[in-house]
Structure formats: structure tokens, C-alpha cells
Design a protein around this ligand. Structure first.
Ligand SMILES: Nc1ncnc2c1ncn2[C@@H]1O[C@H](COP(=O)(O)OP(=O)(O)OP(=O)(O)O)[C@@H](O)[C@H]1O
Ligand SMILES: [Mg+2]
Length: 395
């Protein structure tokens, strides 16, 4: 997101995202260092080589015992090949030995097959820079509602199940409903590792994050903390490294967000390819949804970055889909009110595709999944009074 002269947005962002120090990093771009960050600091040089005692020890016979070094002086990082046998490469070019090379943001440097990216946070945010480098086609999709109980977890686990079983996608659900997350209970998961154990790693990488993921079903998930107060231990940088690490391993990272708008939520929005704002057809929910849309507009998110889902549409006494569209001035995806079906998931951990294949709720969620993988979905009009009027008038 660019810094614009938009006071509301600027104030908001200042409050929630403190200015990061302008740090410099080397970030691994190949295993076993994929996603691992090495901060470059003034003072002693950051040394690279095969022998013990190097700042970065590379276990390959193609790497010299003392291979190269990076020095940070006056805010500039200088890479020097220290007469290695097989060379140090910057953006594909071999550096002459002992000649200083001034690193610039996003330079790709290579020792044998080990690749690292130089990140200068004075120029670009580390995670925003790495994101385009992550696996092509993989998507972070987050689900947010300003109010609880709209059906987010029910929708997410059924979407995950559809994407995994019908579309053959690798899917992980991340429970960022950090205070009261219940994906684990929905799925009748055995207690075990949670996000709290994951943030105990000094550096979260695409490799070590796997230790904390629950597997065994059609899709995987990362569980929320088991105690409400533990949510406080998680900060935006954890979220960034967790989501980025998962994106490297999965086709879809589906994020279940809590109802608050805090730095965790906003950082997740920033990293998401798509945000689904979920509501239900009641006045309080619609007013809250409109306020969230205002915030997303202040953030200058393009219209294509966030979509609206109205769940539980058609409940007696609730507001009709056409009126909701008019009120929110945005297209909505509707999912029907089907309490007897939804409860199978929310209270029994059953997947609707398996148990209620032809239920309108199952069909609605399947259609949503199909749009997420780029299939065109023709949704039948719901037959409401507006639809009837339109067809009578030939609109
Ligand atoms: N389409 C639907 N029709 C009827 N009831 C639904 C529908 N979707 C979900 N529900 C019900 O709504 C309730 C809340 O569902 P769920 O826990 O999935 O929502 P949530 O947004 O994740 O809630 P929380 O804020 O507690 O995490 C459950 O009782 C569930 O069965
Ligand atoms: Mg939930």
C-alpha cells in the first residue's frame, strides 16, 4: 500500500503498525534457508563460508572455507568475494575477487546453489518484497466479519474440503481467531501443537512451520491458542512469516480472522490476495459491514481485493439480497439460511459435501470454491420479488 496524503488512513496505520527500523537482511531463497532471515548489522562483517564460526555456514564442498563477506557501513551494504574457488554471484554475474560490490534492494546473490535475496527495508517492506517471489498461483484468502457468529468457520472448513477433494488443491486453514478460535473443535482435532508453539521458533520458515500443522484429513490446519490470554503473544511479524511460509507450501491458505480490527487483522488483509467480508442479513450486521467497506476504501484496496458474502440469506424476517446490494453498493455472494445443514459442521465436524451434497448451502459453498479457482459460475436468480419484477420487465 502506498503512503498517500489521506489523513484518516495515515493515522490509522500509524496507530497499528509502528514504523519499522530501516534494517538490512539477507533472506534465504533456496532450501535449507528458504525464508530464513539474516540481519546485517554494523560492526563485525557478516561472513559466509564452509568452516565453523562463519556467520553463515554453508555445508557444501563447492563453497570455500572463507567464501565471501558483507559489511554494513554508513547504511550501505558491501558484498566482497574473499577469493572463493567457485565464485560469488550477484544477479547472475560473477564478482571479481576482493572487489567490493554495493548491494541494492532485491539483489539476488548466490554461493554455489545457495541463493539469498538482499532486502533493504529503507526501500521496501521485507514481506511485501518477498511475497511476489513466493510460489506462483498460491493464494492467501482471508475471511473477516466485524461481528461474531456469521458462519465464517463453517464456510471456511467446507470450502477447504471442497478445494482439497474436488479441485485437488493443497489447502491449509489458519485459525487467526486468536482468542476464541475453534477450527480444532470443529474438526474434532486432537489437542496438539498450535500457533503458540510455532512462534517459539526463532525463525519461522516454510520447512519448520510444518511441524505445527495438523494433518490427516483432506486439508491441513494451524490451530489457534488454547487459552485466550495467549493471543497477546502473537505479533504482526509472526503473522507475516507464518502466512508467507505457508504460502510456499500450499495452493490455498484460508485464514479465519477474529471480529476485531487490530494490527493482526490489518496485516493479514495486506498479505491477502482476496478478503471475504462475511455478514448476515440483519441491520446491525449490514451497518457494520458498511463501516468495514469504508475502511477498506480508505486503505485504497481495489474493488477486486475484497468481496462480500451474505450468509444465512432467506431467513424469515431478514433482509432480502437485493436490498442488501443496494445498501452496501457492492456485489454480494449469497449463501442460504440452512441451520439444519450448517449445524452438522459447526457442532459435528461433518463436511457438507459428504453429508448433504445437494443442499443449497453446499451448492453455494461449492460455487464459491469454484470462483476461487477461476471457474466461471452461473448462479440462478434466487426468485425474490426483485428478480421476478426484473424478468417481467425484461431487464
Ligand atoms: N448458512 C447458514 N445457515 C444457518 N446457520 C448457519 C449458516 N452458516 C452457519 N450457521 C450457524 O451459525 C453459527 C455460527 O457459525 P460459525 O461458528 O461457523 O460462525 P463464526 O463466524 O465462525 O463464529 P465465531 O465468531 O464464533 O467464530 C453456527 O451455529 C452455525 O451452525
Ligand atoms: Mg469461527
Amino acid at each position: 500500500m502506498t503512503e498517500e496524503n489521506n489523513s484518516a488512513k495515515t493515522v490509522y496505520r500509524r496507530v497499528v503498525i509502528p514504523e519499522e527500523a530501516k534494517k538490512k537482511f539477507l533472506v534465504g531463497n533456496t532450501p535449507p534457508f528458504l525464508g530464513k532471515t539474516f540481519e546485517l548489522t554494523p560492526g563485525a562483517a557478516f561472513t559466509i563460508g564452509r568452516e565453523e564460526g562463519k556467520s553463515l555456514q554453508l555445508p557444501s564442498s563447492m563453497v570455500s572455507r572463507s567464501h565471501a563477506k558483507v559489511e554494513l557501513q554508513d547504511g550501505r551494504c558491501i558484498l566482497t568475494d574473499t577469493e572463493s574457488s567457485n565464485g560469488t554471484f550477484a544477479n547472475g554475474e560473477r564478482l571479481p575477487p576482493n572487489e567490493p560490490y554495493l548491494l541494492s534492494h532485491k539483489d539476488v546473490i548466490k554461493f554455489d546453489t545457495y541463493e539469498f535475496i538482499f532486502i533493504d527495508t529503507a526501500v521496501g517492506d521485507i514481506w511485501q518484497t518477498l511475497k511476489p517471489l513466493s510460489r506462483e498461483g498460491s493464494q492467501i484468502v482471508s475471511f473477516y466479519s466485524p461481528k461474531g457468529g456469521t458462519g465464517i468457520t463453517t464456510i471456511i472448513v467446507n470450502l477447504a474440503h471442497y478445494l482439497a477433494t474436488k479441485a485437488d488443491k493443497k489447502v491449509v486453514v489458519v485459525d487467526l481467531d486468536l482468542r476464541f478460535g475453534d477450527v480444532l473443535t470443529f474438526l474434532k482435532g486432537k489437542s496438539g501443537q498450535t500457533i503458540i508453539e510455532a512462534i517459539g521458533e526463532s525463525d519461522i520458515t516454510p520447512e519448520n512451520i510444518q511441524k505445527f500443522i495438523h494433518k490427516g484429513g483432506d486439508f491441513d490446519y494451524l490451530a489457534a491458542p488454547k487459552k485466550t490470554e495467549l493471543a497477546e503473544l502473537i505479533n504482526p511479524n509472526h503473522i507475516k512469516s507464518i502466512l508467507w511460509s505457508l504460502e510456499a507450501n500450499y495452493d490455498f491458505v484460508l485464514v479465519d480472522l477474529q471480529a476485531v480490527i487490530d494490527d493482526i487483522t490489518i496485516n493479514t488483509w495486506e498479505l491477502s490476495n482476496m478478503i471475504y467480508l462475511v455478514g448476515q442479513p440483519e441491520i446491525g450486521h449490514l451497518i457494520a459491514a458498511r463501516r468495514v467497506i469504508e475502511i477498506m476504501n480508505q486503505f485504497k484496496y481495489p474493488d477486486s481485493k475484497f468481496k462480500l458474502i451474505m450468509n444465512k440469506v432467506g431467513r424469515t424476517g431478514s433482509i432480502a439480497a437485493e436490498e442488501i446490494k443496494a445498501f452496501l453498493k457492492k456485489e454480494i455472494v449469497t449463501l442460504p439460511y440452512a441451520p439444519d445443514d450448517a449445524i452438522l459442521t459447526s457442532n459435528g465436524g461433518e463436511m457438507l459435501m459428504a453429508e448433504k451434497g445437494s443442499s443449497p448451502l453446499t451448492v453455494g459453498i461449492a460455487n464459491l470454491a469454484r470462483t476461487m479457482i477461476g471457474e466461471e459460475v452461473v448462479v440462478q436468480e434466487d426468485g425474490g420479488i426483485f428478480a421476478k419484477l426484473k424478468s417481467l420487465l425484461g431487464m
